[in-house]
Design a protein around this ligand. Structure first.
Ligand code: ZN
Ligand code: MN
Length: 477
C-alpha cells in the first residue's frame, strides 16, 4: 500500500489593467512585443516601484474566497537571482510576510489547505529560435509580461492523487474566474502550476525523495505528469533505487517527465526586505469593502438555480461549475422558458460538443435564442427528440438557426395521421412473418416495427402517433 503526497504551487496573473509596480498596460496578447514597457518594468537603475492598489484588492478578494486570513501587515522582499528574463536581477515578492495566510478549498467534501498566498511580479517572456547546438540560435525577450502582478498560491501537501490535483486546479480556476480575479487561462499562461510529489510505502514507512514538476500548463497535464511521476517513484521504491531530490519538467509529446536540476544546484536567493516599498498595511474598512464586492459564487448560484429553475442538485452543480456556462444557461432559459429542457440539452449535447471540439463557451456559434426555437419545434410536434439530437451538432458547428436547418433538410416530423397510417400499412404488408409472431404473443416485436417506420421515414415519424397506429393495426384481427 502506497500513499501519494502532493502539494501545489500555483501562479496566477491578476486581472488588473496596469502592471504591479508601474502604469504600463498588462495586455500582452494583443500587443506587439515590447510595446507596453517603461524604465520601471525593464529594471532600469534608479527607477522606483509604486504598488498597484488594484492588485492588492484582487489578492485580498482571493484570500477571502479561499477562506484565508488576510494579514493586515505584509511586506515585499527581493528574491535575487540572475536570468535574462529578469532585468533587475531580482524579483519583488513577499517571502517573509505574505498578504494571506491559511485558507482552504473543498474538493468532494475534503478540505485541501492553502498555506499562503502572496503578491509578486511576473518575468519577461523568452522565445527561442533555431536548434540548440547551431550558433544560429537566437533568443528573444518580450518585456510586455514583465511586471504583471502575480498571486502565488501554495497548498499544504494534502492532495492524495493526481486526479485530486486536477480537481483542485479546476475548482481554483473556476473560483478565480467567478470572482474576476484572473482569466485562469492556462494556455495563455495566466494560470501556471508546479507540483511536489512524494510516495510513502505504508507497510515499511519507506519514503521516496520529493520531486518537483515545473511549469505544467494544462489541467490534463497536471494529472498526466503526476500519474507518470507517481508510477516512476513507486517503481524506484520497489527496486530500491537510490533517489535524489530533484526538479523535473513535463514533456507533453513524449508523455514523460525529465530531470531539470537536482537539489545540489539549488540557489540561495538571499531574500531581504525591498527598500523601495513601505510595508503594506490594510485596514478593516478596506477588507470589509472588498468583501462587499464579492458577487454570487458557485455554491450560492447552484442553490439559486435549484429554487428559481426547479432543477435537481446534479444539474445545478454542473451548470454552475463554470461561470460562462451558468450565464449561457440563464440566457437560454429566457428564450425557451423551460429550464429542464435547456438543462438537458446543455448537459448532454452542448457539453459533449464543447469537449469534442475543444471549444470555449465564449466562442460559441450557437445562440441562446436557438434554444427557444428548438423548444417551439418540439412543442408543435414539428420535430421529434431524435431529430433534435441529430441536428444539434450542425447547429453547434454552423451557427445556423434550427428552423432553417429543419426547413433546408426537410426534416419536419411526419405528423399527419393518414400519411403515417399508409406507411405503417405498407410495413405490415411487407413483414407477414413478424406480424404472425407478434399476434402469437411476441409483443417485443413492436420495437422492430417502430424501427422499420423510422427507417422508412428517416426518423421523421411522430413516435407517439407511430406507436398508437402500430398497436391499433397489429392488435386488430
Ligand atoms: Zn512599465
Ligand atoms: Mn513565485
Amino acid at each position: 500500500m502506497y500513499k501519494t503526497i502532493i502539494g501545489l504551487e500555483i501562479h496566477t496573473q491578476l486581472l488588473t489593467k496596469t502592471k504591479a509596480f508601474c502604469s504600463c498596460s498588462t495586455d500582452h496578447f494583443n500587443s506587439i512585443p515590447n510595446q507596453n514597457i517603461c524604465p520601471i518594468c525593464t529594471g532600469h537603475p534608479g527607477t522606483l516601484p509604486a504598488l498597484n492598489e488594484e492588485a492588492v484588492k484582487l489578492a485580498v478578494k482571493a484570500g477571502l474566497i479561499f477562506n484565508g486570513t488576510i494579514n493586515k501587515f505584509s511586506r515585499f522582499d527581493r528574491k535575487n537571482y540572475f536570468y535574462p528574463d529578469l532585468a533587475k536581477n531580482y524579483q519583488i515578492t513577499q517571502h517573509f510576510f505574505p498578504i494571506v495566510s491559511n485558507g482552504y478549498i473543498t474538493i468532494e467534501g475534503k478540505k485541501i489547505r492553502i498555506k499562503r498566498m502572496h503578491l509578486e511580479e511576473d518575468t519577461a517572456k523568452m522565445f527561442h529560435e533555431g536548434d540548440q547546438i547551431s550558433t544560429a540560435q537566437e533568443s528573444f525577450l518580450d518585456f510586455n509580461r514583465s511586471g504583471i502582478p502575480l498571486l502565488e498560491i501554495v497548498t499544504e501537501p494534502d492532495i492524495e492523487s493526481p486526479s485530486e490535483a486536477r480537481m483542485f486546479m479546476e475548482k481554483l480556476r473556476n473560483l478565480l474566474r467567478y470572482a474576476e480575479i484572473s482569466t485562469g487561462d492556462m494556455e495563455k499562461g495566466a494560470l501556471r502550476c508546479d507540483a511536489n510529489i512524494s510516495i510513502v510505502n505504508l507497510e515499511n514507512n519507506q519514503t521516496s525523495k520529493r520531486v518537483e514538476i515545473k511549469n505544467i500548463n494544462s489541467f490534463k497535464f497536471v494529472e498526466k505528469a503526476l500519474e507518470f511521476e507517481q508510477e516512476r517513484l513507486i517503481k524506484n521504491l520497489e527496486a530500491n533505487i537510490k533517489m535524489i531530490q530533484e526538479t523535473r519538467g513535463w514533456d507533453s509529446t513524449r508523455k514523460e517527465t525529465f530531470p531539470m536540476r537536482t537539489k545540489e544546484d539549488d540557489v540561495d536567493y538571499r531574500y531581504f526586505p525591498e527598500p523601495d516599498l513601505p510595508p503594506l498595511i490594510l485596514t478593516d474598512e478596506f477588507i470589509d469593502h472588498i468583501r462587499s464586492t464579492i458577487t454570487e459564487m458557485p455554491e450560492e448560484k447552484a442553490k439559486r438555480f435549484m429554487i428559481q429553475y426547479d432543477l435537481p442538485q446534479y444539474d445545478a452543480e454542473i451548470l454552475t461549475s463554470d461561470k460562462e456556462l451558468a450565464d449561457f444557461f440563464e440566457k437560454c432559459v429566457k428564450h425557451a422558458k423551460d429550464a429542464k429542457f435547456v438543462s438537458n440539452l446543455i448537459m448532454t449535447d452542448l457539453l459533449r460538443e464543447l469537449k469534442e471540439n475543444d471549444d470555449e463557451i465564449e466562442n460559441l456559434k450557437i445562440k441562446p435564442e436557438f434554444f427557444g426555437e428548438l423548444k417551439e419545434l418540439m412543442d408543435s410536434n414539428k420535430i421529434s427528440s431524435k431529430i433534435l439530437k441529430d441536428i444539434f451538432p450542425e447547429i453547434y458547428k454552423t451557427g445556423k438557426s434550427p428552423k432553417d436547418i429543419v426547413k433546408e433538410k426537410g426534416l419536419e416530423q411526419i405528423d399527419d395521421e393518414s400519411e403515417l397510417r399508409k406507411i405503417i400499412e405498407e410495413i405490415i404488408k411487407e413483414n407477414p412473418e413478424e406480424v404472425e409472431k407478434y399476434k402469437n404473443g411476441k409483443k417485443k416485436l413492436l420495437g422492430f416495427f417502430v424501427g422499420e417506420v423510422m427507417k422508412k421515414t428517416k426518423g421523421k415519424a411522430n413516435p407517439q402517433k407511430t406507436n398508437e397506429i402500430l398497436l391499433e393495426l397489429l392488435e386488430k384481427e
